[in-house]
Design a protein. Structure first.
Length: 290
């Protein structure tokens, strides 16, 4: 489920705790409220997917939308506060189609340029995830017989306040399938056993799974790459809880939040399915990590 945008209304719901484990807390509320609830210098990794347009409709007359940059900057200021000095932020961001014409908007590039050029962030790398779910999510100008092709790749931007983030890229080996280089930045990741527990449960209940659920392997890749057991992982735009599940399985502390109660309820259900099979992730290279 796409992350919900922040609202500035005084009627915005207060942060509500929905589910807890020994390692983490799932909340429903505004993403900024979630970040503001955390102590400074306490988080190793923020891995999240802010709404690609923010709370705006972007058209071809405003393709770089500085309003989006202003909106995103608020979250990044709070990320800077809660992060350890050598912690990381991984953002899934992308183009959107303009609402009025079949042209791309560039608000995410403009926002990233501001973060790096004006606010002291370092872009450490981009990573590209082959995302087959996008092929089914036909957009305004995409789809069969439409005027543009569908997207099939999600882009993740790895940022930090310092270029000297401690990382061992060997920890990411074994996640990839044979179609791509194991040490490359093109990610081909599928469902893990944690996803299949949830899928089997939904099938047994005669219910369809959440269609826009991200595989757990996607945030798990970044959790394994950029953190150690016991570190704190945060997803303030948590959607249906894939980052929370990844952190839970890899024995990291975690905080996950979304504004949508519907999304949080799905995240709670997915977390609940871990209990009978909860175990540490298999070693890189095993079938369970692919």
């Amino acid at each position: 489920m796409p992350p919900s945008p922040r609202t500035d209304s005084p009627d915005s719901p207060a942060l509500v705790t929905v589910h807890t484990t020994e390692l983490g807390t799932l909340t429903c509320g505004d993403a900024l409220d979630c970040l503001r609830s955390l102590p400074a210098d306490s988080v190793r990794l923020v891995v999240t997917a802010p709404w690609f347009q923010g709370p705006y409709t972007i058209d071809s007359t405003d393709p770089v939308s500085p309003r989006f940059g202003d909106w995103l900057l608020e979250f990044m200021k709070e990320c800077e506060r809660v992060l350890l000095p050598d912690g990381s932020v991984v953002l899934e961001l992308g183009c959107t189609w303009a609402a009025d014409r079949p042209v791309r908007t560039l608000q995410h590039y403009a926002a990233l340029s501001r973060l790096v050029g004006e606010h002291g962030w370092h872009l450490l790398q981009e990573l590209y995830y082959y995302n087959p779910h996008l092929m089914a999510a036909w957009d305004t100008w995409g789809g069969s017989g439409a005027s543009r092709l569908n997207d099939c790749v999600s882009t993740f931007y790895w940022l930090a306040r310092t270029p000297d983030v401690p990382v061992d890229t060997g920890r990411a080996l074994g996640f990839q399938n044979t179609l791509v280089d194991q040490s490359g930045n093109l990610l081909a990741l599928g469902d893990t056993y944690a996803d299949h527990v949830y899928l089997r449960r939904r099938a047994a209940e005669g219910k369809a799974p959440e269609p826009e659920r991200n595989p757990v392997s996607v945030p798990l890749y970044f959790v394994e790459l950029l953190t150690q057991p016991g570190d704190h992982v945060v997803d303030p735009f948590g959607g249906t809880g894939s980052a929370a599940i990844a952190a839970e399985l890899s024995e990291r502390r975690w905080t996950c939040n979304d504004l949508s109660r519907e999304a949080v309820d799905v995240a709670q259900e997915r977390l609940a399915t871990l209990r009978p099979t909860h175990r540490a992730p298999a070693a890189p290279g095993s079938a369970a990590t692919r």
